[in-house]
Ligand binder design. Sequence first.
Ligand SMILES: [Ca+2]
Ligand SMILES: [Ca+2]
Length: 210
Amino acid sequence: MLVVALSWLCSSALVSVSGGKLPEAELKTEVLHRPFICRRKSKYGDMLLVHHDGFFANGTMFYSSRSHGDKQPMWFTLGIREAIKGWDLGLQDMCAGEKRRLVIPPALAYGKEGKGKIPPESTLTFIVEVMEVRNGPRSHESFQEMDLNDDWRLSKDEVKAYLRKEFERHGYPPNDTLHENMTEDIFAKEDTNKDGFLSSREFTYKHDEL
Ligand SMILES: [Ca+2]
Ligand SMILES: [Ca+2]
């Protein structure tokens, strides 16, 4: 009982308390810059184009998208665990041009295992700048756009038409066989009640795990 009370009081000491399931340490978010004009704010399912710098607790930088790799910002989809959990939680309601500092406890980052050059149990700090926010491929807006006859469900033809349009938009030649196969694949995975249509519930990302 005392241990439980203590662990609630001093969350930084949680890691040293052994046994039992520990409550998750908290994510700290700080807005460093918010642009004056904000047309839309990021939400689950959106795609975000981000630049980010990552630091260990001692202040050493372990990654910077501005100086590593191709030095380009990267796209990621918010809310589907494409990145670490701390990002999904900490990058909501962001405007294009906004910059935040996230201090992420291991439970919301790479946990007990660590990953690559991230040692186990690392608290990580990220400075994240969002360059652009777009509707994700599985957003409510995309669903409405794909639902050509407005019956609130997507037929295979509607999905195929959408794939064709997306291919053209990105400069690829349409490929009916490929679109057909992709559509079958999508329906095999997503049409959970097997009625031959995707409902908006079946289509949009589920966020139960967050
Ligand atoms: Ca429809
Ligand atoms: Ca269905």
